[in-house]
Design a binder for this molecule. Structure first.
Ligand SMILES: Cc1cc2nc3c(=O)[nH]c(=O)nc-3n(C[C@H](O)[C@H](O)[C@H](O)COP(=O)(O)O)c2cc1C
Length: 367
């Protein structure tokens, strides 16, 4: 591909974070597949991620991987809490890297939103212990609507969460992941601590924004110490709770501003999930949130959410709202979404460069 063609697209320009370069800025958003047993990724993950690496993504975020068994959203989630899982991730990581893409694992703890049935189960709600469920934990014994009341984490429990994130990061390094993302969005444990709507604590982890952010900052510090210096660390945040009395983009931007000095390289800006709320959904609806958090934090940012054309993705970068775009649902049914977007933006069909068509697939490229 001629160099002059590559540089006309921001979306298909490489990006370097620490020692990692991704070939482009179209990244696969993390999406639970609910297809694991005992937290082990298997053939489903191998095929799913390898196909999307062949489909041109620059970097793939895995689905949320639990750092402890009780940190799973459903009993069918993947994890990184034991060494068998490290081994099981290795071939998935290798398959993605062999196709020229990078892969980051999203480390997560579901807190009070754990122990639920997977979305297509005929039964919904909290999974009882006799069906493989567990007692969930949270900053405060306040349930998420429709789910069981969680147990309040005590100081030892909090320390165990911090250590579990660090241990999982160590395993991620052994499995060969290029980057790690700490999941602090969508109403999962770290977001539950951040938001006054779910955190009613009166100790050093509740009350002021400083206190509510304490667990996230401790987790990030511990993960950074356990994670190789040359590999990047990302954090996903919900920039708003979309609810009165909840987190605002300015507050979340302030939290993100404290992450840079701790060694975070990019903030992945999403929204909502902590309480039932109506978000003003529509094409690119979370882009202004990414712009705000990026501005306040001074960190590189990614935007996600109904960015469903290459033209819109390119615009998000061109207007300076974000440095990277993540694609979720459109990539479920279309593994080669980036290759299609590259064609829409006028890039030629090439078997190398930032949007490389596998030679096996070139005859299927749009004219
Ligand atoms: C099936 C499915 C599973 C998801 N699982 C996760 C997840 O594990 N971690 C996460 O941070 N977001 C998760 N999300 C949210 C996506 O990463 C993304 O932010 C959201 O779908 C909006 O982007 P989109 O409009 O491009 O789909 C999930 C979304 C879907 C549709």
């Amino acid at each position: 591909m001629p160099e002059s063609v590559c540089v006309t697209s921001l979306l298909f320009a490489p990006i370097t974070l620490r020692g990692m370069t991704a070939r482009n800025r179209v990244w696969l958003a993390p999406m639970c597949q609910y297809s694991a047993t005992d937290g082990l990724p298997g053939q489903w993950q191998l095929v799913h991620f390898a196909a999307r690496a062949s489909g041109g993504f620059g970097l793939l975020l895995t689905e949320a991987a639990a750092v402890v068994p009780e940190g799973r959203i459903t009993p069918r989630d993947v994890g990184l809490w034991d060494d068998a899982q490290t081994e099981a991730w290795r071939p998935v990581v290798a398959a993605v890297q062999a196709r020229g893409a990078r892969i980051a694992v999203q480390l997560a703890h579901a807190g009070r939103k754990g122990s639920t049935y997977h979305p297509w189960s005929p039964v919904q709600g909290t999974v009882p212990p006799e069906d493989g469920g567990w007692t969930t934990v949270a900053p405060s014994p306040v349930p998420f609507e429709g789910l069981a009341t969680p147990a309040e984490l005590d100081a030892d429990g909090i320390a165990r969460v911090v250590a579990a994130f660090a241990d999982a990061a160590r395993r991620a390094a052994e499995a060969g992941f290029d980057a790690v993302e700490v999941h602090a969005a969508h109403g999962y444990l770290l977001h539950q601590f951040l938001s006054p709507l779910s955190n009613r604590r009166t100790d050093g982890y509740g009350g002021s924004l400083d206190n509510r952010a304490r667990l996230l900052l401790e987790v990030v510090t511990a993960v950074r110490a356990a994670w190789p210096e040359e590999r990047p660390l990302l954090v996903r945040l919900s920039a708003t709770d979309w609810s009165p009395g909840g987190l605002t983009p300015e507050e979340v931007g302030e939290v993100a501003r404290r992450l840079g000095p701790l060694g975070v390289d990019l903030v992945d800006v999403s929204s909502g999930g902590n309480v039932p709320a109506t978000a003003p959904v529509g094409p690119g609806f979370q882009v202004p949130l990414a712009r705000t958090v990026r501005r306040i934090s001074g960190l590189p940012a990614s935007a996600v959410g109904q960015i469903d054309t290459g033209t819109l993705a390119e615009q998000v970068l061109a207007e300076g709202s974000a440095d990277v775009v993540m694609i979720g649902r459109p990539a479920l049914a279309d593994a080669a979404w980036p290759l299609r977007a590259a064609r829409d933006l006028g890039l030629p069909v090439a078997t190398d460069g930032p949007a490389p068509w596998p030679p096996q697939y070139v005859r299927g490229a749009p004219a």
